[in-house]
Write a protein that binds this ligand. Sequence first.
Ligand code: DON
Length: 569
Amino acid sequence: MKASYLYTFPLVLLSTACFGQRTAIAAAVNPYEYTIQKKITGSTGAVVSAHPLASEIGIVVMKQGGNAIDAAIATQLALAVVYPAAGNIGGGGFTVIRLANGSNVTIDYREKAPAKANRDMYLDKQGNAQTELSQNGHLSSGVPGTIAGLFDCMKYASLPFKKLIQPAIDLAEKGFVITEAEARSLNSHQAIFTKYNTVTPVFVKQTNWKAGDTLVQRDLANTLKRIRDKGKAGFYEGETARLIVEEMKRANGIISYDDLKKYEAKEREPVVFDYKTYKIITMPLPSSGGVLLPQMMHMIEDKPVKEYGFLSAQAVQLMTEIERRAYADRAKFLGDVDFYKVPVKKLTSKAYAAERMKDYNPQMAGTSQAIQAGTIPESEETTHFSVCDKNGNAVSVTTTLNGGYGSSTVVGGAGFFLNNEMDDFSIKPGVPNMYGAVGADANAIAPGKRMLSSMTPTIVLKNNKPYVVVGTPGGTTITTSVFQTLVDILEFEMSAEDAVNKPKFHHQWLPDQIDVEAAVPQAVRQQLQQMGYKVIQRGNIGRTEVIKMENGQIEAVADGRGDDSAAGY
Ligand code: DON
């Protein structure tokens, strides 16, 4: 256990600015002086998210009588302000809820392709894929889903929405101080922000951003106020919708007023499956995790992975071969079930898992069909947060703009980034997206269709009570990171802290290679190479946020790979 994950990191983030009139919730959180906490223990409630202010706001909501769902809503709205790279109102995501009454809920607020989208919209006249257009600027955006999703979550909340959104409004209006990592991230995006915006956003600055600078977002505050006052219509209709459509028209965008007005989040049937004595609840399609996670867990269930040992070459090889098989199916079969018939039952059955593993050879590397390989970027710009309360409610939320700051386009006058989620469709069969994932018909673009996602917010039950709440960003590595974290906790009996921070690895069928973090030992890499694997070192894999609950004790751990922070009591 690394000592550095155990104590509070004080950030030198002081400001003399006054926060002015504030709500009780915002008043309890100081946006000018805060600390990153990598781990908390408690017995009442916890929130782990990518930003200390967002986690703290969730906890204050709970202390004021809110449940885990209230806390999740307030945390998500706060992230849209304090974590603009991925926290969002211009993107989408998935929420998995375990309610204290024993029921499970999954809410899909994934973006949709606009009505004017078509299958070949990113191909040039010669039929070549134009990833520049699917990954950047106005044309890369799907119709945002986050605000619709939050209003669907309100069904399970106990406090009024006005109270839950106010801390985010205050943070946007009065500002908060940014961390070192945020300053670095904003500085590295200045050129791209300038290129893809028609109205200069607040994120563009003449001199370099530095830790301790205050970021004020007045346009965003006004947008949030419209949502506070008019509800869902404050985003999907009226002034905000008008500003989005105007922004589209100033460049090559195609999202229309009608697309916005018609957008609806969907409550979907949760994926629930058994793993030994545990029950695992996760998100169904369009999350590929809803198919891949049960597949991978079924494939490992009867294997002696515990005997092999954590991060042994044998365990990594077994998990790699499992991941290879699951991701091969992802590329061929998975897409939006509202548009494409996916054989979910078969793909997630134990019999199919056994069949798939028949040709697994524990001594030798398998191979993937050699087609165009993509590179996997190292930025982790989706965001996950985990929440639990003392009554037995647990919430697992993964939300994204796709790439860091999404399309890089901020809606002029409305102050928020739009996603570049259209790139998660298969823009041409076999052409890798920005995470190297390939796809085909099942995930082809069609108007109103949701693009396939890797986001896998998950809750594990033990004795029918929430035991682990887990999820992570990381593009295609998301599902393998959740898989690995579950194997670490359920098989290797690791603490939450180790499961979060120990090195991770990833295989996604194509490219045919094992990606490993720097901390994966050389000896393990060499053994894998001897078996025939190509092993590639990459940057961080994911930023996993885990809450583990047992015997009334809560252990909440924020990933050491970023500014992620836990709060609780
Ligand atoms: O939904 C997906 O699978 C992707 N848009 C997630 C992107 C992501 O995790 C970015 N972080 N690296």
